[in-house]
Structure formats: structure tokens, C-alpha cells
Ligand binder design. Structure first.
Ligand code: ZN
Length: 423
């Protein structure tokens, strides 16, 4: 199986679970991810103060349906977990169609699709259904039943850490709070999971911390509980909408010129992939929290078609068929390429800056003999020596010289080995 097909299979497996910002759907999802990665799962009690927020009561649901005047079920949670507004309080009642309509949500412009709606912080109940289903409902008495609980419990999130050579960290975050929505949620989880597995097989320079958190309240909870770690976070990426057929979109951090912003631009441009790069805005996914002014972390957001910009967004059409193995694999490859640059992109100082050091005497020219890219490797040595003044990163060297980053990084390794560079 290709890695794209493996990720798609993971999306399909997680798809039926009814996730929300708390509850057993998140736990079960994290158990499945835990089969791929040894996750560290946290349970934070209801009522815990987290920054300006409070961990809410936990929501769980066993079933829900609407029964029509003729006794037939016209809407059933068992058919799609999008049918119930997330965090609906329990209800068991009989009412007229007019009364029921107050609690029904449809998409008149997309009449065959079920919308996705939530009511996390205002106690309410509701059903979501296709507009064409609503149009076909006859007048009469309807029975509604939602078998849910909203009780003191926990907020669940998980972390996975790939230890690096240094304790400086790169965070990769994805949200785990959406029910049956494939691109918005599950695709990002799948890419993060496989990216983490790949990184764990290497010995990275940075420590990579993967966060599987419910949107907004989960990242806020993590930030509140990790105050002492914040100044170690050097870079980060929020992953979402990672599997649709659209081109890649990178949304810059609030800082706009953070290391991750430079690396993503370089990798997307060098790869020749169709892509767009957009500026930060305080709307979208958890970059909103990581880039809030008190933290102002160098965290960008990588998606394919961005947040809310595709007609399937937050509807029943965002199903596993909307996500393709090839797109998932392409997003994973982009992350892999970006982190390969990020992980080696450091500043060095030339220890012999007065005149060019004699490379031949140190075996640095000899070692290139015979190589078909000897000329490029030689140029890379000279560029790295020249620009290693403590100000320029290796990415600066690559961009200014026009040489591939790999050649520049290899030259830096050779010069470090010869004692001509220091960090
Ligand atoms: Zn969403």
C-alpha cells in the first residue's frame, strides 16, 4: 500500500466516529492514532481555567432521531452524526412541524447536503438535515429524541514528541474535534500521524512535538498548561484541510517573516507545485491561538484549499471521497521537504574569515574529485564560507547563491568537519 493509501484508510477508519471538543469520540480517535504512535493522552477536568477560558462540560451522545406523523423516522443520527448539532442537550418531546423548524438547520443553496453545526457554549439542541428532506416533511406532530449527556468530565488531547538533538521545539498541531468531516479534520490528523512516524525514524535536530487537540479550546488548554515551554518553541505548523484536490495554501505566521514562513515559501517555490501564500489573519484554525499577541509564535498554517473556501466545507459532502490518497501524499511530502530544510537551516560563523581558507590543504577539494556535481559543490563551499558571518542562515545562502539547499547544507557539514565553521 502506498503511504497515500495508508493515510486514506486511516481517514476512512476515523470518519464514522462522532467527535466534538470533548467526549468519547475524541478518545476513540486518539486510541486509533495511538496504534500508529505512542501518544501521551491528557484528560483535563471540566471547570479548569485555561487562559481566558474554562474547560467545558463533557458531551457524549448515544443516539438521536426525529419521528414523523406516520411513525417513520425522518432523521436518524445512526445515518450520519452530522444530523445532530454538536453539544445538543438531551431532549424528548412531541411538537408541531412549526415548533420543530426552530431547531432544524439546512442548506437551501445545497439542498442535498447535511450541514455541520455546533452549540458548544450555549445550551441548545438541534438537528441538521438536507433541505430537500425538510421540504418533504408533512404537517403534523413530530417526536424528537436526543439521547445525549452534558456532564462534568474531561477535555481530552494528546501529544507525541520526537526528541531532537536540542530542546528547541517545532510544534505540529491538528484539530480532532469535528465529527464525520474528512478533509477538515481527519486529513490533517492522518498527515500529522504519518509525518510524526517518519520523523521518529530520523534523528532530527529540533524536538518535534505533535499536538492532537480539539480546535480553539484544545490549543488554549495546551498553551495554558505549557507556559514554561513556550519560549522553547521556535517554529510550528498547523495542519488542516490536507487532502482535497486543490493546490497547497500556506498561511504565514503573524510575524510574517518567521523561519517557518521563509522555509515554506522556499520549498513551495522550489518544488514547482502550484500553490498560494497568504498573509496571517486572526481567523481560521489554531494558528489564531499560537499567533495571539502574547505568544506571537512563528506558527503558520498549511492547507490545500483553505478554511471555508470550498463548497463541501462543513457539509456531508466533506466525506472520504472528497479526500484523495494522492493529495494526502502530496501534503505529507511538502511537510517532509519543509522540515528537511527547517531542521538544517542554521547560522554559522566562518572561523577563518580573513581571505579564503585554503580548501585543498584540508582535503575539501580532493573529496569532490570525480563527482559530477563537483562544480556546484565547490561553489557551495565558497558561498557558505563567504556568508557565514553569524547573520545569514543556510537558507539565505541558498537563496542568494541560487544553489540547491541540499548542496549548501552538505557544504556546511563538510566545512564544520574541517573546523572552518562553528555554530
Ligand atoms: Zn471546521
Amino acid at each position: 500500500m502506498t503511504v497515500g493509501a495508508e493515510m486514506h484508510a486511516l481517514v476512512e477508519r476515523m470518519y464514522p466516529l462522532c467527535r466534538s471538543i470533548t467526549g468519547n469520540g475524541v478518545r476513540r480517535t486518539l486510541e486509533i492514532v495511538g496504534e500508529y504512535l505512542p501518544l501521551w493522552t491528557h484528560e483535563v477536568p471540566t471547570g479548569t481555567q485555561v487562559l481566558d477560558w474554562t474547560v467545558p462540560r463533557e458531551w457524549n451522545i448515544a443516539g438521536a432521531h426525529i419521528t414523523g406523523p406516520d411513525g417513520a423516522r425522518v432523521v436518524d443520527f445512526a445515518d450520519s452524526n452530522l444530523h445532530v448539532v454538536s453539544y445538543s442537550v438531551p431532549v424528548s418531546a412531541t411538537m408541531s412541524l412549526a415548533e420543530l423548524r426552530e431547531h432544524l438547520h439546512t442548506l437551501p443553496e445545497q439542498p442535498s447536503l447535511i450541514p455541520y453545526r455546533t452549540s458548544y457554549y450555549a445550551p441548545d439542541w438541534g438537528f441538521c438535515l438536507a433541505h430537500e428532506t425538510l421540504d418533504a416533511l408533512p404537517e403534523g406532530q413530530y417526536t424528537v429524541h436526543i439521547d445525549s449527556t452534558v456532564e462534568d468530565g474531561h477535555l481530552t488531547y494528546a501529544e507525541y514528541v520526537v526528541p531532537g538533538a536540542v530542546t528547541d521545539e517545532v510544534i505540529v498541531s491538528c484539530h480532532v474535534c469535528h465529527p464525520s468531516l474528512a478533509n477538515d479534520n481527519l486529513a490533517g490528523i492522518a498527515v500529522a500521524t504519518f509525518l510524526a512516524r517518519e520523523l521518529a525514524e530520523r534523528s532530527p535536530y529540533y524536538t518535534y512535538r505533535f499536538l492532537f487537540v480539539p480546535g480553539t479550546i484544545g490549543s488554549i488548554t495546551w498553551l495554558a498548561r505549557n507556559a514554561e515551554r513556550i519560549n522553547r518553541i521556535k517554529h510550528g505548523l498547523v495542519l488542516a484541510c490536507a487532502g482535497d484536490s486543490g493546490p497547497l495554501t500556506y498561511k504565514r505566521s503573524r510575524r510574517g517573516d518567521a523561519g517557518i514562513d521563509r522555509v515554506m515559501r522556499y520549498v513551495l517555490e522550489e518544488s514547482g507545485r502550484e500553490h498560494s501564500i497568504v498573509d496571517f489573519s486572526p481567523y481560521g484554525y489554531d494558528e489564531r491561538q499560537f499567533c495571539s499577541p502574547g505568544f506571537n509564535l512563528g506558527v503558520g498554517c498549511l492547507t490545500r484549499t483553505p478554511y471555508a473556501a470550498y463548497p463541501e466545507y462543513h457539509t456531508s459532502a466533506d466525506n472520504p471521497g472528497f479526500v484523495s490518497p494522492d493529495a494526502l501524499a502530496d501534503t505529507l511530502a511538502t511537510c517532509r521537504e519543509a522540515f528537511a530544510v527547517l531542521d538544517r537551516n542554521r547560522r554559522y560563523v566562518n572561523t577563518s574569515p580573513y581571505g579564503e581558507p585554503q580548501l585543498g590543504r584540508r582535503g575539501l577539494y580532493d573529496s569532490l574529485g570525480g563527482r559530477s556535481d563537483a562544480k556546484q559543490a565547490q561553489l557551495a563551499l565558497l558561498w557558505v564560507l563567504n556568508l557565514s558571518d553569524g547573520d545569514h542562515t543556510l537558507l539565505d545562502v541558498a537563496e542568494r547563491s541560487g544553489l540547491p539547499f541540499d548542496a549548501v547544507a552538505a557544504a556546511a557539514q563538510a566545512l564544520l568537519g574541517a573546523g572552518l565553521l562553528k555554530e
